[in-house]
Design a binder for this molecule. Structure first.
Ligand code: SAH
Length: 361
């Protein structure tokens, strides 16, 4: 990435920061100091980079990049919600006043950050709270990396895993998502294998994602998770209206192309909606559909949202579905629901915040 006068510094790598320092009449080592301040120390503003000459900081502060109040590009925390299980949801404000969610999910020996790739989402999946509000805009690299740093700061622990399962559709923001993955790996020292990109599918973008990942990152080792949610086209397009323009067979063909280009397996997410797609015959049909794929299915029992009255299936139904997949020799796991008492499920903190703001204003 090149250093430009209008870019915040967060998201830029060491050589870009060195170039930027030189362009501002400073020695290259100032770039290394900024890199250390941003990524190792988690500085939130230029003020905190006291290692830099004060006169230079004041000069920079008088001339911040377009649309930002500070060169660093960090967000402001609007609200924090901590569930009994430690799941911590942050509502963060962008420089232009939009709000987005990032969630820290602790487990023994592991801290996963669920990041947003867009503010809002245009995909309008019926069971998803984020989809109800439409898309505001895609996030820039620094706004994605900031979420990981913000969770690290609040939870006092280095994140081990990042999942692009917050707000937004990552495949509508491929370049920023890949640049953010590059930054997390090169500048924050994370491993690509600990990163998952989740998509509901956008026509023609999966092979592009694979090719650009190879170009940008040298290899594509992150996990691709595809939100399938149904074993056939008619049920899928009932739950996901945008799927009308992307037949399930075309989506699976693109997954095969992704596997051929990257050499990585694809995993499939399957939301379980009581009485709709959670019967054992659906499981058998799903196993048949995925035959020949070296895949893994992750079952997600529906997290209830206010706007819809889908049902969360009973634990017994979830277990029967899992057993039916296993009996058909499909690798399967069930995602534990975390942080339900903190509105941590899928876009809900933000919607509640907006509702309160609207009622108040
Ligand atoms: N747009 C991407 C990533 C964001 S959603 C995608 O669709 O994959 C991350 C996952 O959460 C998706 O599998 C999505 O279907 C699921 N999800 C959305 N709303 C949910 C809800 N109310 N309960 C359970 N899972 C939900």
């Amino acid at each position: 990435m090149t250093a430009g006068a209008t870019l915040p510094l967060l998201g830029q790598n060491l050589s870009a920061l060195e170039t930027w320092a030189i362009q501002h009449g400073q020695p290259a080592f100032r770039g290394r100091q900024i890199h250390d301040g941003l990524y190792a120390k988690g500085a939130r503003s230029l003020d905190q980079l006291t290692v830099l000459p004060k006169a230079w900081r004041q000069q920079l502060q008088a001339d911040p990049p377009k649309g930002a109040s500070d060169w660093l590009g960090r967000s402001r925390e609007l609200q924090r919600s901590v569930a009994r299980d430690g799941t911590t949801k942050l509502l963060l404000a962008t420089a232009d006043g939009l709000s987005l969610e990032a969630v820290g999910i602790p487990a023994p020996g592991r801290l996963t950050v669920c990041v947003s790739s867009q503010v809002g989402c245009p995909m309008a999946c019926r069971f998803c709270a984020t989809g109800k509000g439409g898309l505001q805009r895609s996030l820039a690299v620094h706004e994605i990396v900031d979420q990981v740093l913000s969770v690290r700061e609040v939870m006092g622990e280095r994140p081990s895993h990042v999942v692009f399962m917050g707000m937004g559709e990552p495949l509508l923001n491929v370049d920023a998502v890949l640049d953010a993955i590059g930054c997390l790996c090169e500048d924050l020292g994370m491993a690509q294998r600990q990163i998952t990109v989740s998509t509901v599918g956008v026509p023609h973008t999966l092979p592009t994602l694979a090719e650009r990942a190879l170009q940008r990152l040298g290899r594509a080792q992150f996990t691709l998770a595809v939100s399938l949610h149904a074993p056939n086209q008619s049920l899928r397009e009932n739950l996901i209206p945008t799927a009308r323009a992307y037949p399930i067979e075309a989506l699976l063909d693109d997954c095969r192309r992704y596997v051929a280009i990257t050499g990585r397996r694809v995993s499939f997410e399957y939301i379980l909606l009581g009485g709709l797609n959670d019967q054992t015959h659906h499981a058998t049909a799903l196993a048949r559909l995925l035959r020949g794929f070296q895949s893994h299915v992750n079952l997600i029992p529906y997290n209830p949202i206010e706007e819809e009255d889908f049902k969360r299936p009973s634990p017994a139904t979830v277990e029967a579905f899992r057993q039916a997949l296993r009996a058909s020799r499909t690798a399967v796991s069930v995602r534990a629901s975390r942080g339900l008492d903190a509105d941590a499920a899928c876009g809900q903190l933000r919607r509640r915040h907006q509702a309160v703001a609207q009622a108040g204003g």
